[in-house]
Design a protein around this ligand. Structure first.
Ligand SMILES: Nc1nc2c(ncn2[C@@H]2O[C@H](COP(=O)(O)OP(=O)(O)OP(=O)(O)O)[C@@H](O)[C@H]2O)c(=O)[nH]1
Length: 367
């Protein structure tokens, strides 16, 4: 890391949002220093008051340093706008107004600076603050112009000051209108960003979840099993896979209707998940067939887990409105063998499931 980067890190910190705020304030500080240098030169040219000039410099530079310290220390985080944009602008306006009161014939130079100060608000301010600050600027400059026209009419002729004031009365609201427009665009953009994030989350849920049961769907389960296979190869641990099929589920649909069948599938998913360990995954493989992945688990433990699930499902009574429906589940459970592919393991679990069905259902068969 170069010295310059280290210095930048020291000045701006490391947090991106904070760095952005401090960069903006640093830019305002540079503007303040350049203005101070110009003012010093102007006062020298016009033989102005040097004591006042140093007091102005201390006020302007000191104020900006205080704002920098408030942001850099994190103190400003307690406010809705931690950049203190409105405060910085209001302060800079007061500094500009004081300069206007002193530089006499050079006061025209203050107007572009005034516009620049207000432009700092374009990236941050809400419409209401922009109008408020424009009104405040008009008030402060109006007061300074009136006071100077009265106190030093030879340097600030009243008719000139009136024209200056009218110019500001037109220019400041125009800047506020532009800031308000930008604020509305920013707001719309942030709304769109939120909508996009919501849509993305929804799409993700649709792509990975089964709509009826809320369980991981076939595609997601395939990805989870692929991951587990890689992990088991790397860390040399075992994992098991079980294929589950609800027994005589066709009877449920035939006797109580398809909607009742859906209710039973949902109840099965909920109870099945609750019966498993948090690390085990129950997924809907299709229809009334489900899959359980038991990561980092070897056979005696896996069998105990699947038997617990089977017994809890057998005890489950689902209220489908017209009746309470009881179901059972048949399970084919097998451990993955290192030399096998996932498809081979799944095929083995399937065969064990057929055996469980053939042997009378409501049981777990394992090899
Ligand atoms: N309600 C509902 N039923 C479904 C859904 N998916 C599959 N099924 C039904 O599940 C039943 C599966 O029937 P079969 O394959 O004959 O099996 P079974 O009746 O469970 O009998 P065994 O598996 O041999 O014990 C069919 O009636 C399908 O219509 C679903 O999402 N909702």
């Amino acid at each position: 890391m170069s010295h310059l980067q280290r210095l930048g890190g020291l000045w701006l910190g490391s947090e991106p949002a904070q760095r952005l705020r401090l960069r903006q304030t640093s830019l305002a500080m540079v503007l303040m220093l350049v203005s101070a240098a110009m003012l010093h030169h102007g006062i020298a040219l016009t033989h102005g008051d040097r004591g006042w000039m140093w007091a102005w410099t201390a006020y302007g530079v000191g104020g900006m340093a205080a704002v920098y310290a408030a942001i850099r220390s994190g103190w400003s985080r307690r406010f809705t706008d931690p950049s203190l944009t409105a405060v910085q602008i209001a302060f800079a306006l007061s500094v500009a107004a004081l300069a206007y009161a002193q530089v006499g014939p050079l006061r025209g130079a203050v107007f572009p600076v005034l516009t620049l100060i207000l432009m700092f608000g374009m990236f941050q301010l809400r419409a209401r603050s922009a109008y408020g600050l424009a009104f405040y600027a008009l008030l402060v400059f109006g007061a300074v112009m009136a006071a100077m026209a009265r106190l030093r009419p030879e340097a600030y002729p009243p008719e000139f000051e009136l024209i200056h004031f009218l110019m500001l009365a037109f220019m400041l609201p125009a800047v506020a209108v532009l800031t308000a427009r930008l604020s509305r665009i920013r707001w719309r953009l942030s709304q769109q960003r939120e909508e996009l994030a919501r849509a993305l989350a929804q799409l993700q849920a649709i792509a990975t979840r089964d709509e009826l049961t809320g369980l991981p769907n076939r595609r997601q389960m395939q990805a989870l099993m692929d991951q587990e296979l890689l992990r088991s190869l790397r860390h040399h641990h075992d994992f098991c896979i079980a294929v589950l099929d609800l027994d005589h589920f066709k009877h449920v649909n035939d006797a109580h209707g398809h909607a009742a069948g859906d209710l039973v599938l949902r109840a099965f998913a909920q109870a099945g998940q609750a019966a498993l360990r948090a690390t085990d995954v129950l997924a809907r493989w299709g229809g009334e067939e489900f899959l359980v992945l038991l990561p980092d688990t070897a056979m005696p433990l896996a069998l105990a887990g699947m038997e617990r699930l089977r017994q809890q499902i057998a005890a489950l009574q689902t209220d489908v409105g017209s009746a309470k429906v009881a179901i059972t589940v048949s399970i084919g459970l097998t451990g993955h063998r290192r030399a096998d592919t996932l498809a081979q393991t799944l095929a083995r679990a399937d065969q064990l499931l057929y055996r469980a069905k053939a042997e009378g259902r409501n049981r777990t068969c394992t090899d």
